[in-house]
Ligand binder design. Structure first.
Ligand code: ATP
Length: 309
């Protein structure tokens, strides 16, 4: 654990101070570099040496801004904790003699020779975390030159039992607040000292994931319900289609039989008519052949053609 205390109530009224204490067995912050952050318009290095580092200065010289820069580079997301209305308020806003800047950058250098950094960030002697905010573009983070997500940086510090919300960052008036704090808040200090803050952060993440999964599950159940009703409808339609096909087949067969029967009847009628025609043609031929004997018809006596029986 390390300690950053902004404690002007205990200093002489016109010269206040902040103190940074490096403690053994914890991540060793060695330098804080500010560029365009709040009142630090020009690149400024705050070197954090072994033991206690103090910053002494008059009211409004920017001591609290240093504490805020440290919170900010560790992934602070609340503009209010930066004493601003929006996160871009941390960018140097300009003065009568200097124009406003378009970006702010804070670099935190960590001495990692003891390899105390969490896994994934522990392969080099120095770990450098950079956060940069650009107007209208938001924040971007880098760890040892590589682009990383805000969440990765927050997890890094949580795993090292520190971070933007760490009780080791003591802002003005916070000591008295701590003395009067609720047990839950005091417990956070003890948990950080025990090095289990990272577990809480991970638990929080796991709970968020669980909630997300539960929401997805509810959505999947809705979709399954919807699909089940669609399935029932499709099954009904499939049954109707099968019936339609069977009835269609029967209809085609019946039509075929009907046409066959009509054809058969027509064929028989044609055969019959054909036979009749043949008979009559024969008779006509016979009648024509017998025309010369008209007067010899014994029954008519008047020369009529004899009709066949
Ligand atoms: P105190 O001892 O009274 O707490 P301090 O040394 O902590 O004072 P800070 O509160 O850190 O001082 O700094 C306040 C100064 O930072 C003010 O002068 C304010 O104008 C300046 N400041 C804050 N935000 C910006 C910004 N975005 N651009 C320019 N200056 C800023």
């Amino acid at each position: 654990m390390w300690l950053f205390v902004d404690s002007h109530p205990y200093a002489p009224s016109d010269l206040h101070s902040i103190g940074i204490r490096r403690l053994t067995g914890a991540l060793q912050f060695s330098k804080l570099k500010l560029n365009g952050f709040k009142s630090f318009v020009d690149p400024t290095d705050l070197v954090i040496a072994d033991g206690l580092t103090g910053v002494v200065g008059p009211n409004g010289c920017g001591k609290s801004n240093l504490l805020e820069a440290l919170r900010w580079v560790m992934g602070e997301t609340r503009a209010k904790a930066m004493r601003g209305g929006g996160m871009e308020d941390v960018i140097f806003a300009g003065t009568a003699s200097r124009p406003a800047r378009n970006f702010a950058e804070v670099v935190l250098t960590i001495d990692n020779t003891d390899r105390l950094a969490p896994p994934g960030f522990n392969d080099q002697d120095t770990l450098e975390i950079v956060r940069r905010i650009t107007r209208d573009a938001g924040s971007a983070y880098k760890a040892n030159g590589k682009d990383v997500r805000a969440k990765d940086v927050q997890m890094l510090f949580a795993d090292a039992s520190t971070g933007a919300h760490s009780p080791a960052l003591v802002r003005q008036g916070q000591i008295s607040e701590l003395i009067n704090a609720k047990p839950k808040n005091r417990r956070r200090v003890l948990e950080e000292a025990a090095g289990i803050s990272g577990l809480y952060q991970r638990r929080h993440e796991a709970e968020l994931k669980l909630k997300g999964t539960e929401a997805n599950l509810a959505r999947v159940e809705d979709v399954i319900e919807q699909l089940a009703s669609q399935l029932a409808q499709l099954a009904r339609q499939a049954r109707q289609a099968a019936r339609y096909r069977t009835i269609g087949d029967d209809l085609r067969k019946a039509e075929g039989l009907l046409l066959y029967r009509r054809w058969k009847e027509a064929d028989e009628a044609q055969a019959k008519t054909q036979a009749e025609l043949t008979d009559r043609t024969k008779l006509a031929a016979q009648a024509e052949g017998g025309g010369t004997n008209l007067d010899q018809n014994p029954r008519s006596g008047r020369g009529e053609i004899a009709t066949p029986a």
